[in-house]
Design a protein around this ligand. Sequence first.
Ligand SMILES: NC(=O)c1ccc[n+]([C@@H]2O[C@H](COP(=O)([O-])OP(=O)(O)OC[C@H]3O[C@@H](n4cnc5c(N)ncnc54)[C@H](OP(=O)(O)O)[C@@H]3O)[C@@H](O)[C@H]2O)c1
Length: 255
Amino acid sequence: MNLAIIGHGKMGGLIERLAPEYGFTVTTRLNSANNRDASGITGNNFAGVDVAVDFSAAAAAPQNIARLAALQINAVVGTTGWTQQLPQVQARVRDSGIGVVWSPNYSVGVNIFLQLASEASRRIARYKEYGAWAWEIHHAAKKDAPSGTLLKVVDEMQRADPSREVSVSSNRAGAHPGTHEIGFDSAADSLTIRHTARSREGFARGALLAARWVVGKQGWFDFRDVLFDQDASQQAPTAKAAASAQPPAAARGGA
Ligand SMILES: NC(=O)c1ccc[n+]([C@@H]2O[C@H](COP(=O)([O-])OP(=O)(O)OC[C@H]3O[C@@H](n4cnc5c(N)ncnc54)[C@H](OP(=O)(O)O)[C@@H]3O)[C@@H](O)[C@H]2O)c1
């Protein structure tokens, strides 16, 4: 299967390195120089492409997705920082008939963390003596704050318990690949749930799993649709292939 990489930075480069393990050949690579205003997303550049992954920039992603929709190319989008445009982009994708997986975080652990945040909020809803918080830290170069992941975590908490305010804060420092934490605190006790990413590799592998899953599908999907689809687990690379992969660079990362 042929893969196009839109945004060939830290994430795009890692996805290219891991792509063969998931049965992909990378045939197209775009960055800011050859894709200004989505001008690189053309029929010629995308001939034979089965699916595209976008880990580019907030200012570019909505336009990139619109061009992919026009070309009928399915996509996995990891770019964060453009949630305000999400409703229009979702409508465009649905009208076009392509399939898109979007997630601010392609790590398996974070997506389970999201479910735990929702479930904890639902269960604690009746106990008004608890105050709730959500916090994250990422490396100093991360542009958006709060992170897309933290916004999603807070959204899950507020859907589960609309009555409780959630105090939200973000730090940007050093080389952290990404830590997200939620908690509930009362005079009696304190409950904390935390996810810590060790490197970017988990995000890249999740995006590749989603890319394989979305081929031939139509609609707007969340990474959890991929993760908790019974067939998806059969799409993971074999343990042998994963073990033979290069060890991840201790690169900074984070969603
Ligand atoms: N969902 C997740 O799990 C997850 C995980 C990690 C990161 N992210 C997000 O993914 C995005 C990229 O992260 P990163 O760490 O890889 O950043 P990065 O290293 O800065 O790479 C971004 C890449 O996007 C390119 N780019 C900028 N404008 C573009 C355009 N119009 N068309 C095509 N490419 C364009 C840049 O090209 P130039 O080098 O030419 O400027 C660069 O190669 C960020 O939004 C980040 O928050 C998401």
